[in-house]
Write a protein that binds this ligand. Structure first.
Ligand code: DQQ
Length: 549
């Protein structure tokens, strides 16, 4: 069908057609979720000058109704585009939007917008006060390097703060703080929140507090006197087109952020996802007391393909994020509402996959699936030994030691989006190495066989899973969401995430298979496997009746 042709997704967020990029201003307000997004209403490419804020609402973060664009480039302070920004719920419950406008002069400035009618449950119309921009371009920042205001928060002194990305002077990836007592007049703090001197320009800053290690609830931005609260700073780096985060301490007096275990350059921090996502943004979901993350996953076929199919770009399935027990890394997990889409289920329990084994998981449609596996390694001693320089480039290691290269323990994992003859498949797998007296777990998504089509980007993606597999009894888990052209994987309980876009030829006609495989020398046990077929969600197909707060 047209819906599923060319990799169109069934339960990931997409507008009905055209280009989308960054998620903007996600929020929960009056029983309704809102997602805005960078949208070109005129076509399937990023259109300089016509970026608008697309707008959709949902009662459950799964099914979405599309509304008219919330903000369009119609004013002198945004005539050349309405770029990324964030929502803030003001005291009293009325939301405000802060966003970057590309002015009639081509300069990046920060603007504010408010609901026209705050009692409209869908917040359909937004007004841009004529006093915009609220933050003009500073004298020491070039005109095209000042953008992406964050959600604002109140300090203990009663002043608002927001973070915004800038290149200050020469090639400094700075995140600036502005303060205000009325949300209208903003003053820059002398010190930046953070500087990544080795990075050219950073974008889309997201600063948020996290609960104590291991606690899964989210925190809002309420001012806190406690000293125990850690914060996470996420930055998107233009040099690498990747999202990085550090766990650290935010000082609300100096308005500065210090990573706890990482250096100053964000490009050396952990990545939110070791696949293909960018410009992520989180929000506090007061309905379920959790922090939810969105991110853009763009196409990896050609621009001509995008024009032909009439759309480009998806959002990741929303993820809950929290601080791991180790206090150092985030854990990410698909929000539980995905379970409302689960239909057919098949499972395995205690199956041993011997060396060279490829077991098909029969009974669920392999194009829309949610697969959770718990692998158990009976004997870790069989692990290959690890060469220290491999630490530097896990992605390369995944390329050299792909799914078909035998090892000691692993490669073992899943083959998804596989054709009848296995000519096409995407491999998501682990390999375990011994490094002195420790074990290292490598996670890979290998796209080299994902499609027989030419002109598609098919890299290996990879990263280590920061966990002690020995202390975990030789157990490592994998969850993979498959949605036509999206393969989104969560290794080690969401410690390492890899999102990939795939364009298998065979899937155009429907039939796709799922397998568990093991190309290691040692046997691997599937302690538990549950695979669910997922129903198609209602995503921006215009059925407003479905959306109930
Ligand atoms: N995309 C927006 C910018 C942002 C960039 C423009 C990140 O505001 O910096 O579409 O993808």
């Amino acid at each position: 069908s047209a819906r599923h042709g060319s990799g169109r997704t069934a339960y990931h967020f997409q507008p009905a057609k055209n280009w989308q990029n960054d998620p903007n201003g996600p929020m929960y307000h009056n029983g309704m979720y809102h997602l805005f997004y960078q949208y070109n209403p005129h076509g399937a490419t990023w259109g300089v000058g016509n970026l608008s804020w697309g707008h959709s609402v949902s009662g459950d973060l799964v099914n979405w109704a599309s509304l008219d664009a919330a903000i369009e480039p119609t004013s002198p302070f945004d005539a050349n585009g309405c770029w990324s920004g964030s929502a803030t719920i003001l005291p009293g419950g009325v939301p405000a939007i802060l966003y970057t406008g590309i002015s009639a002069d081509g300069e990046q400035v920060q603007n504010v917008a408010f609901p026209k009618n705050a009692s409209d449950p869908l917040l359909r119309e937004w007004v841009k006060p004529s006093y915009n921009p609220v933050i003009p371009l500073p004298a020491d920042v070039p005109g095209d390097f000042f953008r992406d205001p964050s959600t604002a928060w109140l300090g203990r002194d009663g002043l608002w703060r927001l973070a915004v990305s800038a290149k200050v002077g020469n090639a400094v990836g700075s995140t600036l703080i502005y303060r205000s007592n009325d949300f209208r007049l903003w003053e820059r703090n002398v010190a930046p929140l953070q500087e990544s001197r080795a990075a050219g320009m950073v974008e889309c800053p997201d600063l948020f507090p996290v609960a104590e290690p291991g606690a899964e609830e989210g925190l809002d931005h309420a001012p806190r006197t406690g000293t125990g609260v850690r914060h996470v700073l996420k930055l998107s780096a233009t040099d690498t087109f990747q999202d990085y985060y550090a766990v650290g301490r935010y000082n609300d007096t100096t308005d500065t952020f210090e990573p706890e275990d990482d250096g100053d350059d964000c490009q050396s921090w952990r990545r939110l996802d070791y696949g293909h996502v960018y410009a992520s943004k989180s929000f506090f979901d007061a309905r379920k007391n959790r922090r939810v993350l969105w991110a853009w996953a763009n196409e990896t076929d050609s621009q001509a393909d995008d024009v032909a199919k009439g759309w480009s770009g998806v959002q990741i399935f929303p993820r809950k994020v929290w601080l791991d027990n180790d206090g150092k890394q985030l854990r990410q997990w698909p929000i539980e509402e995905i379970e409302t889409l689960r239909s057919r289920k098949v499972g395995l329990l205690g199956t041993v996959v011997n060396s060279g084994g490829v077991n098909e998981i029969v009974g669920v449609a392999g194009t829309q699936a949610d697969v959770e596996v718990v692998f158990e390694i009976p004997a870790l001693e069989g692990a290959e030994s690890f060469e220290p320089n491999w630490l530097l480039d896990p992605q390369r290691l995944c390329g050299e030691k792909g799914a078909s290269v035998p090892g000691g323990i692993g490669p073992f994992g899943l083959l998804v989006m596989a054709s009848d003859d296995l000519q096409e498949h995407t491999a998501v797998f682990f390999r375990v190495f011994r490094h002195h007296d420790k074990y290292r777990v490598l996670m890979c998504t290998d796209l080299s066989r994902s499609t027989t089509r030419a002109g598609v980007y098919k890299p290996p993606y990879g990263a280590f899973v920061d966990m002690d597999i020995e202390a975990h009894g030789g157990i490592v888990s994998l969850r993979t969401l498959v949605d036509h052209s999206v393969v989104e994987s969560f290794g080690g309980g969401g410690r390492t995430c890899i999102t990939a876009r795939v364009y298998p030829e065979h899937a155009e006609n429907g039939n796709s298979h799922l397998y568990v495989f093991n190309n290691g020398t040692g046997a691997v046990k599937v302690a538990k496997l549950e695979a669910y077929e997922l129903a198609t969600a209602t995503v921006n197909v215009g059925d407003d009746g479905l959306i109930q707060p």
